[in-house]
Design a protein around this ligand. Structure first.
Ligand SMILES: *Cc1c(COP(=O)(O)O)cnc(C)c1O
Length: 437
């Protein structure tokens, strides 16, 4: 009955997650509150890892795209489950390092990694840097030279595939800030250039065709296009590319209308495509990398808010205001993303009205959901937004000087804080009043 199997209704008619009653969680930790179901995160990690073992003989690695939710505890869980990690900044890399994730399981992405970030990553012997552009390639070669190292690199490539998703999260086409294109020869040239450099070694190619994708076809097509490119590079410039990274982007169920494909089915289908094309082209089977982010953590998370006011504007709209908003979840403001909500203290109440859930920020666009079917709602009710485990905490801000909510990990009826609630001193921590002011 809910979008995520982490959720159920208990005997008190309260929403429950990880064996914890949401009303009690709110009594203990306050609102707003991010809650994550540890078992479901682990289960999702295993689903991908087992599929890689089963359908591709384990000749690959599943990386958790940590930009979806990067905290030390999450990095540790993912590492314990045998996944590697993908990071897109020095901050995410630092988080992973501090959590004890081995550097030989970390891939570094991003379209404009800074010199300092590259120095840091190379000094720690990161497993792979996914090179985005020619300037960056030059910088990596230079830094590696200074440190007396040879860095294993792969290349972010735009395979030119339209994955039929929201424009803002579509990154496979030529008009994208990420990577080098196939169709105009950029990808070919950069690899040829790298092969002449002494402090980098070309190991792989990478593509990421978008996010929240429900179709199998774009993934299969991307694998095919990339393998054809690998064959071209081998035949024409005699460079053997060993690693094929197919990125992430697997869709999840945000609302009951969403119908994602089983994640192991993606890996099965893509593995079959890779095997058959390699056979046809006489290529060695590449080491496969997959990078799910959202699909590992999103379904495991909810956000709990307290309703502060219900404003019924006759014949216009009913606004339900909660004590969080775009500061803890900017996804509606950014993408008009859809979510489902539940009144956690009356979880099975019938949905009798259409309301808009608004945040508390001074922005008209600060909404969490527009025109959704909800039960009767009063001030004091606890509202749960579902499937908020990805791109919520990681995208949060202190706009309006609102402290960030804590993140609580639940499992078998126990709740532990993995990120503390910010307070007002955190808000002013970096403020300075100059002495001569
Ligand atoms: C964002 C991103 C991912 C993860 O995407 P999801 O939609 O969260 O699965 C993986 N790889 C790269 C390079 C990304 O930019």
């Amino acid at each position: 009955m809910f979008v995520s199997k982490a959720l159920s209704i208990n005997g008190k008619n309260h929403l429950e997650i990880g064996g914890c009653d949401c009303v009690e969680l709110v009594n203990n930790f306050g609102t707003p509150l991010y809650v994550l179901d540890e078992n479901l995160i682990r289960e999702n990690c295993r689903l991908y890892k087992n599929a890689m073992d089963k359908y591709y003989d384990g000749n690959g690695i599943v990386l958790y795209a940590s930009k979806a939710l990067s905290t030390m505890a999450i990095c540790k869980i993912v590492d314990q489950e045998g996944l590697g990690l993908d990071v897109v900044s020095g901050g995410e890399l630092y988080t992973a390092l501090k959590a004890g994730v081995p550097m030989d399981k970390i891939y570094f992405h991003g379209n404009n990694k800074t010199y300092e970030e590259l120095e840091f990553a190379i000094s720690k012997d990161i497993r792979r840097i996914v090179v985005d552009n020619r300037e960056e390639l030059g910088r990596i070669n230079e830094i590696a030279g200074k440190q007396g190292k040879v860095v294993n690199i792969s290349f972010r490539i735009k395979p030119g595939i339209d994955a039929h998703t929201h424009d803002f999260v579509q990154t496979g086409q030529i008009d994208s800030k990420f990577g080098v294109a196939l169709e105009n020869g950029e990808a070919y040239e950069i690899i040829s250039e790298a092969s002449k450099m002494s402090n980098v070694k070309v190991v792989g190619v990478h593509c990421h065709i978008g996010s929240q994708i429900f179709d199998l076809e774009p993934f299969k097509l991307a694998a095919k296009v990339m393998l054809e490119f690998i064959a071209k590079v081998k035949n024409e410039i005699n460079i053997e590319i060993e690693e094929l990274n197919l990125g992430g982007g697997f869709g999840i169920k945000y609302t009951m209308d969403d119908d994602p494909i089983e994640y192991d089915h993606y890996i099965e289908s893509v593995s079959n495509v890779v095997k058959s094309i390699c056979k046809e082209k006489g290529l060695k089977l590449p080491f496969i990398v997959m990078e799910p982010g959202r699909s590992i953590v999103a379904p495991a998370g909810i956000t709990l808010y307290k309703v502060g006011a219900v404003k019924n504007i006759k014949n216009v709209r009913t606004y339900v205001s909660v004590d969080g908003g775009m500061t803890d979840n900017p996804r509606y403001a950014l993408y008009q993303s859809k979510y489902e909500a539940v009144i956690a203290n009356r979880a099975d109440a019938p949905r009798v009205q259409t309301v808009t859930i608004a945040g508390k920020c001074c922005e008209s666009g600060d909404l969490l959901a527009k025109d959704i079917k909800m039960p009767e709602i009063q001030a004091g009710d606890i509202l749960a937004m579902l499937a908020t485990g990805a791109y919520n905490y990681s995208m949060s801000s202190n706009y309006n000087r609102i402290p960030r909510p804590p993140v609580v990990l639940v499992k078998d009826g126990k709740a532990r804080v993995i990120v503390k609630r910010e307070d007002y001193d955190d808000i002013i921590r970096n403020d300075v009043i100059p002495e001569d002011l």
